[in-house]
Design a protein around this ligand. Structure first.
Ligand code: SER
Length: 602
């Protein structure tokens, strides 16, 4: 058996030998980036260097980076997707390029790990006419020279063979780096059922088919472009950004098509089997057990990174993971599983990674956080579940009530309803949510005249002012402006943004002037609900790090949607007229990173 410790060591030794320096992994919760929920790839910390800054450790780097991708939550349950994973990466910052990268990775797979060449397939970028991006014939040629037969080389368009943090070229914001990539797949060669839902072919299996026969084990991204107003521009240096999932590479090295049966999951699975009294056997049970194992591991790592269950942002992601674990155990066992019963599974997770990410004492900190959350949810679980089971025509209000009174996260209810073939109206849910917020606001105004009421009113004012600020920055400083985050307290607003050029004092004065002008104009603030595509079309500003549902709310500030000064994807709430905001003053401005700036206003 090939162990994960072998794999870590072989990977590190291989790159060290080729003069690469190790960059230490960053936290799963990015420290200086309030806008990114979790570290989702090894390159996260290298963005400024891929864009041209000089890295203190040189031009050749490698590391193993813990990653968490919350957007993959609903894909968990098959043989290879996980929310938490470790990414093995190597980088060339304008040093070597395609030829070395592909040859070296091939050497690592075939000589160091001893993979059978017959089982390896590669993919290359087929080009993107719309964005004037050529097919990557160079990579194809290199693979042929390395001895990969023509029928093991597949070409795909940008949705499969282009990488940027924002995805395909069309979705990239200005200033974002990206490039074509070349992936390597391992073929388990078994009699996998042909996958009918594959968008590429319903007849023939191929590397990007979803049936589970092929497993992507590494991706060499050729970071050579930056998106600009006029399309794609070459970066100052051509970079390599390689990432390969450690769990997957381990599965392939052991010729085992199920990532959950590698030593990185098996001890957890064994414990879950005992807890729920079910075997990891039929497809449906397997799916649930995988979800439990994945989410529990994700939760352990998030807690270790300082996240606690809550109703907001990262805390909410963690809460959803743990509540989903609780539900799946309940479904498998047919009765509640107590938090204490889970301890062995948590211990198994920490044992797997001891000396790498955990110390003995972590257990005592992590166990109670998981325990409390599960216990709390267990109190309302059965009641909520039985209500849910009786629902025949779900309404947004019922889904909201399940959330409000029984702690069922909306996404979880959605999934449970789907199991019964039912859906609900998201808009209705949102309206219910808003209504509830408005009610509790009114209630708090009534109860405590001073502080709280003022505070929530101020929050609304600052929220609307943030939209004005965003648009004014755009008008004064140009189209490179991109929101990186914002934060509001009762006392001030904070706005982080990317700007290609350093804003001047005069520029900021002008921004301030425009905001106050718009406040003086007493513009109404309203929203419409639109299909997402429509909202993009009318130029509403979106936050590129956010995934939006198909129907979105767009707040606009002005007499009508057509003439509005600002249009923005946003859940609200806002003041009803800009005159309620009062005078705005930018009182602090600072640089927080490469081309990243922060404004405070009150
Ligand atoms: N950034 C690329 C990825 O995440 C390769 O490291 O897949």
């Amino acid at each position: 058996m090939f162990t994960h410790l072998d794999l870590r060591k072989k990977f590190a030794d291989f790159w060290k030998e080729k003069n690469h320096k190790e960059v230490p992994p960053i936290s799963l919760v990015p420290q200086n980036d309030p806008t990114t929920l979790f570290t989702g790839s090894g390159m996260q910390q290298l963005v400024p260097y891929l864009l041209g800054e000089v890295h203190p450790l040189g031009k050749r780097l490698y590391n193993i980076q813990p990653c968490f991708r919350s957007q993959d939550v609903l894909e968990i349950g098959d043989n290879r997707h996980t929310t938490f994973f470790e990414m093995m990466g190597n980088w060339s910052l304008g040093d070597y390029f395609k030829k070395e990268q592909l040859s070296w990775f091939w050497q690592f797979l075939t000589q160091i790990l001893g993979f059978d060449k017959k089982r390896l397939y590669v993919t290359v970028f087929a080009g993107d006419k719309k964005n004037n991006l050529d097919p990557d014939n160079e990579s194809r040629k290199i693979w042929l020279e390395l001895g990969v037969p023509e029928n093991h080389i597949f070409s795909y368009g940008p949705e499969k063979n282009w990488w940027s943090r924002a995805g395909v070229p069309d979705n990239m914001p200005e200033g974002e780096p990206g490039g074509p990539d070349s992936e390597v797949f391992y073929d388990f060669g078994q009699d996998f059922k042909l996958h009918e839902n594959s968008p590429y072919s319903s007849l023939k299996c191929h590397p990007n088919c979803d049936c589970g026969r092929f497993l992507e084990i590494g991706n060499s991204v050729f970071m050579q472009f930056k998106k600009t107003k006029n399309g794609f521009e070459e970066l100052p240096a051509k970079n390599v950004d390689f990432g390969g999932g450690l769990e997957r590479m381990l599965a392939a090295a052991n010729n085992n098509p199920d990532v959950f049966l590698t030593e990185l999951y098996l001890p957890i699975i064994k414990n879950i089997e005992k807890i729920v009294d079910k075997k990891y056997e039929n497809e449906d049970d397997k799916r649930k057990i995988r979800i439990i194992a994945d989410h529990l591991k994700g939760a352990v790592f998030l807690i270790k990174s300082g996240v606690y269950p809550s109703n907001k942002e990262r805390g909410y992601v963690l809460r959803r993971l743990l509540r989903r674990v609780t539900i799946k155990m309940y479904q498998l066992k047919g009765k509640k599983v107590l938090a204490n019963d889970l301890n062995l599974a948590v211990e198994a997770i920490i044992e797997i990674y001891k000396n790498i990410y955990f110390e003995e004492k972590d257990l005592e900190e992590i166990k109670p956080v998981i325990g409390e959350e599960i216990d709390r949810f267990n109190k309302t679980l059965e009641k909520g579940f039985s209500i849910l089971q009786k629902i025949e025509k779900p309404t947004g209000k019922q889904v909201f009530d399940l959330y409000q009174s029984y702690g069922f996260p909306k996404e979880l209810t959605e999934e449970l309803l789907k199991e019964k073939g039912l859906t609900f109206n998201q808009k209705e849910f949102d309206e219910e949510f808003e209504k509830h917020r408005a009610l509790s606001r009114t209630a708090s105004v009534g109860m405590f005249k001073g502080g709280l009421a003022d505070h929530s009113k101020n929050t609304l004012r600052y929220h609307t002012a943030t939209h004005l600020l965003h648009q004014a920055l755009f008008d004064v400083l140009g189209e490179s402006i991109r929101q990186e985050g914002s934060h509001i307290t009762g006392e001030r607003l904070r706005f982080d943004f990317y700007c290609a050029k350093k804003p001047t004092t005069e520029g900021l004065k002008e921004v301030e002037k425009i905001i106050n002008q718009k406040i003086k104009e007493e513009l109404p603030v309203n929203f419409v609900v639109l299909p997402k595509e429509e909202a993009y079309k009318i130029g509403a500003k979106a936050f590129f790090k956010e995934k939006y549902p198909d129907m979105v709310k767009v707040y606009y500030i002005g007499q009508s949607l057509e003439t509005a000064y600002s249009k923005e994807f946003c859940g609200g709430p806002h003041v009803t007229n800009t005159k309620e905001i009062g005078k705005i003053e930018i009182f602090k401005f600072e640089k927080i990173g490469a081309n990243l700036y922060r404004i405070y206003a009150k």
